[in-house]
Design a protein around this ligand. Structure first.
Ligand code: ZN
Ligand code: ZN
Length: 322
């Protein structure tokens, strides 16, 4: 894929602590000054490269022992079903080298699915304690799924996933992924039923994710297609849709971010394909984006849901779309 140029440049990654490098992915001049953060950027980028290289030894194996790690994991502190320890044990059982936790940041517009401010403090304590306890067995990372509208965290995290779950319009929020009905009602009320105007606003926020959050990973790039499995919500090849998505993509390609191949909606029965959809996935690959596999796990039985299969997909191939 076009991304191979960028991946090759990872070998030239500057030593931790360097202020400027040729680039992280080949054309960015960004490198965090904090050596610890720089090191985690490097580890992430290398990990993503390994996980997405279908030619690497063992890449085509599936099931336990597949050596895949997941960095998008929810727990009982937000809308997940399991404790951090239960998830860590499952990761060990599956032979994962690493496990990243990414609780939902607190959002005032939808307090039910996210961590409360007090819950966030407890989540941090528990994951940090596990990180020490499991050191040498499992590389645990403390992350956060940072919603676009959440306040930026004051505490340090190993990484952030930047995600747009709602679009604010005229002082009201349209929640993107709650239900098809709720989404359509919001679009009707605030956009006069123009789903592409909504998509343009959605992708404007997505394109701004790195600027706003300094996220390492862009979460579910086209979450607004969650209820579009049958194609009746919107046309994912519509020129307005592709233009909006393409502009977001172009902005994010200037930042040191990884794009998720996210199987979360497959695990929960909403979709048969991961985010992003095939047209946008090919566009990201063709333009040189780097992918990371994410299960967006909400229950431990689905910690690596569908990820091994994704390694068999020909992401490196350049196709003529969009
Ligand atoms: Zn999310
Ligand atoms: Zn999530």
């Amino acid at each position: 894929m076009g991304g191979s140029d960028r991946n090759h440049s990872l070998a030239e990654f500057a030593p931790a602590g360097a202020k400027k490098t040729e680039s992280l992915f080949g054309r960015n001049s960004f490198l965090p000054e904090n050596p610890a953060i720089a090191a985690s950027v490097e580890a992430f980028a290398r990990g993503a490269q390994r996980r997405c290289d279908p030619d690497r030894p063992g890449a085509r194996r599936s099931g336990s022992g597949s050596k895949i790690s997941n960095f998008h994991t929810h727990t009982i502190y937000c809308d997940g079903k399991d404790t951090p320890r239960e998830l860590a044990e499952e990761a060990l059982r599956l032979g994962c080298p690493a496990l990243g936790f990414s609780g939902h940041s607190y959002t005032a517009y939808d307090p039910d699915c996210c961590m409360s401010p007090e819950g966030t403090a407890a989540y941090r304590r528990e994951v940090l304690a596990l990180r020490e306890e499991y050191a040498g067995k499992l590389d645990i990372r403390l992350g956060l799924e940072q919603d676009y509208y959440s306040e930026l965290p004051r505490e340090e995290y190993d990484y952030l996933i930047g995600s747009v779950h709602a679009v604010k319009k005229n002082g009201e929020y349209v929640i993107v992924d709650w239900s098809r009905d709720m989404l359509l009602k919001g679009v009707e009320k605030l956009y006069g039923g123009d789903i592409y105007a909504f998509a343009e606003d959605y992708f404007r926020l997505v394109g701004d994710l790195w600027e706003r959050t300094r996220c390492r990973i862009v979460g579910h790039f086209d979450l607004l297609t969650k209820f579009n499995e049958d194609g009746t919500l919107l046309d994912e090849t519509h020129p307005r849709y592709l233009r909006a998505a393409g502009e977001a993509l172009d902005r994010l390609l200037e930042a040191p971010v990884l794009f998720e191949i996210n199987t979360g909606a497959m695990a929960r029965g909403y979709r048969t394909m991961p985010y992003p959809g095939s047209v946008l996935r090919r566009a990201i690959a063709r333009k040189g984006g780097t992918f990371i596999l994410s299960s967006d796990c909400h229950r431990k039985e689905q910690l690596l849901y569908g990820l091994a299969d994704q390694l068999n997909q020909p992401y490196e191939r350049v196709e003529e779309a969009p």
